[in-house]
Write a new protein. Structure first.
Length: 202
């Protein structure tokens, strides 16, 4: 069955950094990884690349994919459709992606997938400090910060019922150390054995 590891967390929880390091460490351990690229009907931003950040489609194209049963999941967020195409998943590799909770729950309901949802549980005060440290704060950015905070409170209200695992990063530890702890959790989830390492020990 197709294996999917999902990282989900509120704004400022360190999802992107932890995912990048997790994938790096998984590959170093001999795991074959597929980075999931999701699809959307949202307009492409200036710094985004089609097929790298997302697959960008029109509403008509996305509807056609839905009717053709090409989507493993699809949700509507802020008026745009976000989805995972079956072509974005690999049956022969461990699929790793970042999702909001609605997308994660939708993917977990697909009976063709073995989905593990890891919620990154970071205290609000820590997330706020991280957000403020990203770049110079303007009035618009402060308003966006509060908008995202309120949206997260609503979106993650049922997280304990949806997430299959909860990971609390150590805020005093480095991202690398937290990623290695997260790797240990992923290995436990997948019951992973590094057979290459064991073979060399014999």
């Amino acid at each position: 069955m197709t294996k999917v590891i999902i990282l989900a967390g509120k704004a400022g929880s360190g999802k992107d950094t932890l995912k990048r390091l997790l994938v790096q460490y998984m590959e170093q351990d001999g795991m074959q990884i597929n980075n999931i690229i999701t699809s959307t009907t949202r307009d492409k931003r200036a710094n985004e690349v089609d097929g790298v950040d997302y697959y960008f489609y029109t509403s008509e194209q996305m509807t056609e994919k839905l009717l053709n049963d090409e989507l493993a999941e699809a949700v509507v967020f802020n008026g745009w459709v976000y989805a995972t195409e079956y072509k974005a998943l690999s049956k022969d590799k461990i699929n790793v992606g970042i999702y909001n909770l609605a997308g994660a729950e939708a993917l977990a309901q697909n009976p063709e997938l073995e989905t593990h949802i890891i919620y990154l549980d970071v205290e609000d005060s820590v997330r706020l400090i991280r957000y403020l440290d990203r770049d110079e704060m303007t009035k618009d950015k402060i308003q966006e910060m509060f908008r995202r905070y309120e949206a997260d409170e609503q979106d993650f209200e049922d997280v304990e019922d949806i997430a299959t695992h909860i990971f609390k990063p150590d805020v005093k530890a480095s991202p690398e150390a937290n990623a290695k702890e997260l790797l240990s959790l992923v290995k436990e989830i997948l019951k992973w054995k590094n057979w290459h390492f064991l073979k060399n020990m014999l």
